[in-house]
Write a protein that binds this ligand. Structure first.
Ligand SMILES: *[C@@H]1O[C@H](CO)[C@@H](O)[C@H](O)[C@H]1NC(C)=O
Length: 232
């Protein structure tokens, strides 16, 4: 590992200290700035968890990795010293953004072999960097449990779908048994809804796979549809 890693941890330390300073200023004044970057470090055996304050939504910026000894696993919002090698699969960032962007909270699988294209070891952490943006006041959300139908409509203006998922992005919606698979998503749900609803005053949607596509990374608990939309 030699000189390469020495240089890395040197660069990392500078970053680390500037963020510690920033975070302690935030903690001391109990305020939160909308342009600040947030971090989640998932050490082995943990799920990645991103959380924004109420009324704010996630925008994922990057996903990085490193070895556990260069992270503080007890303070997971503190940035860790990451590797400069690109060992995380190139599709991961897109997938994480697909699941988490525009949600207030999301929970993803933690470090595992499938995410990595090189040198995965059992002491590898994954760090996701994100921002919280203020949620636009005119975005409305509708939730429809599997096999139910709902009419989404605008009193004035026409529908414009902002985000939609069919699957499951939290533990408790539409189920009495909490689910562990909070990253269960259909890749085609948003596209289907847009073509059914955009530009119309109302649309009647049935929350099922036939209409919205089969979600992946799911358990056997009921799925549900979530739609964020604006009337314009
Ligand atoms: C919506 O569609 C479902 C399924 O086709 C139907 O049973 C229901 O009556 C419709 N609702 C409205 C308000 O049109």
């Amino acid at each position: 590992m030699g000189p390469h890693y020495v240089m890395l941890s040197f660069k990392g330390s500078i970053l680390f200290f500037s963020h510690v300073l920033y975070l302690s200023v935030v903690a001391a004044t109990w305020c939160w700035t909308s342009d600040g970057q947030l971090y989640d470090v998932a050490c082995p055996g943990e799920y990645s968890q991103l959380q924004c304050p109420e009324g704010h939504v996630i925008e994922v910026l990057s996903v990085q990795h490193g070895v556990k000894s260069s992270a503080d696993c007890t303070a997971r919002s503190q940035p860790a010293v990451v590797s400069d090698k690109q060992c995380i699969h190139k599709d991961m960032l897109g997938w994480i953004k697909f699941i988490c962007d525009k949600l207030e909270h999301c929970r993803l699988p933690g470090p595992n072999k499938e995410m990595f294209v090189c040198e995965y070891s059992e002491d590898t952490f994954v760090q996701i960097t994100y921002k919280c943006n203020k949620k636009s006041a005119d975005v409305r959300t509708t939730v429809v449990c599997e096999d139910q139908a709902a009419v989404i409509k605008c009193e004035t203006g026409v529908l414009n779908i902002v985000k939609a998922n069919f699957g499951r992005l939290d533990m408790n919606t539409c189920t009495d048994t909490p689910s562990d698979k909070t990253f269960c998503a259909s890749y085609t749900a948003a596209g289907s809804l847009k073509s059914m609803c955009n530009g119309k005053q109302s649309c009647n949607v049935t929350a099922n796979a036939a209409t919205l596509g089969h979600p992946v990374y799911c358990d056997a608990l009921p799925h549900y549809l979530t739609v964020d939309y604006v009337c314009q």
